[in-house]
Ligand binder design. Structure first.
Ligand code: GRF
Length: 205
């Protein structure tokens, strides 16, 4: 079974969706083996603890280079024999050494329909503010593999969500989470884990 780590920085509602899906038997191909938080106050750590999943805090020091942070992260991931990484609201930029080590084994959820409202500076509420400012009538969420281009890796799945009259960024963010992110991410975790299991099985034969 694939050992997955979920990387988080904040509230962790996407992590919760993964943990709930796992508990409900909807992620049979992966074990959620580790949660890595970029700050010790992340509520996601409480969610991990409640589910009996080990949580580790790995904070990037201001003076630390992205590569040095990446090496520390890789060491933690290797120590826990992590096969697959899920970025679920992880706000620390990852360096190339990490991205290369988990090529097509690291996925991210972004709260828009890529290639709209993505890339540098598009995170959190900013994404929904930009969608509302543009006046789009449909937005959504995208799960994609992580490569060296911010939000630029191969797309795994997308789900559209309606923008409604009177939406505020907060209201839209919540709808995108409820109708797209929380459904899409656990499904993609299972899909990618299942294909990694298959590759592993073929390699053994
Ligand atoms: C989500 O909107 C996700 O799409 C983005 O960061 C947010 C994380 O929220 N990458 P949460 O911590 O999962 O509640």
């Amino acid at each position: 079974m694939v050992r997955a780590a979920v990387l988080v920085s904040g509230g962790g509602t996407n992590l919760q969706a993964i943990l709930d899906a796992k508990a409900a038997g909807r992620i049979p191909s992966a074990e959620i083996a580790l949660v890595v938080a970029s700050n010790s106050k992340a509520y996601a750590l409480t969610r991990a603890a409640n589910a009996g999943v080990e949580g580790v805090v790995l904070h990037k020091e201001k003076t630390e280079t992205p590569e040095a942070y990446g090496e520390r992260l890789l060491a933690v991931l290797r120590e826990h024999r992590i096969d697959m990484v899920v970025l679920a609201g992880f706000l620390t930029i990852l360096s190339e050494n990490v991205i290369r080590a988990y090529d097509h084994r690291m996925l991210n959820i972004h709260p828009s329909l890529i290639p709209s409202f993505c890339g540098e500076g598009f995170y959190g509420l900013h994404v929904h503010e930009a969608a509302l400012a543009k006046g789009v009538k449909v937005t959504g969420a995208t799960v994609h593999f992580v490569n060296e281009i911010p939000d630029g890796g191969d797309i795994i799945a997308q789900k559209a969500v309606e923008v409604l009259p009177g939406d505020t960024p907060e209201v839209l963010q919540r709808r995108v989470m409820e109708q797209a992110e929380w459904l899409l991410l656990p499904r993609c975790v299972e899909e990618v884990a299942a294909s990694l299991n298959e590759i592993a099985a073929q390699t053994v034969v």
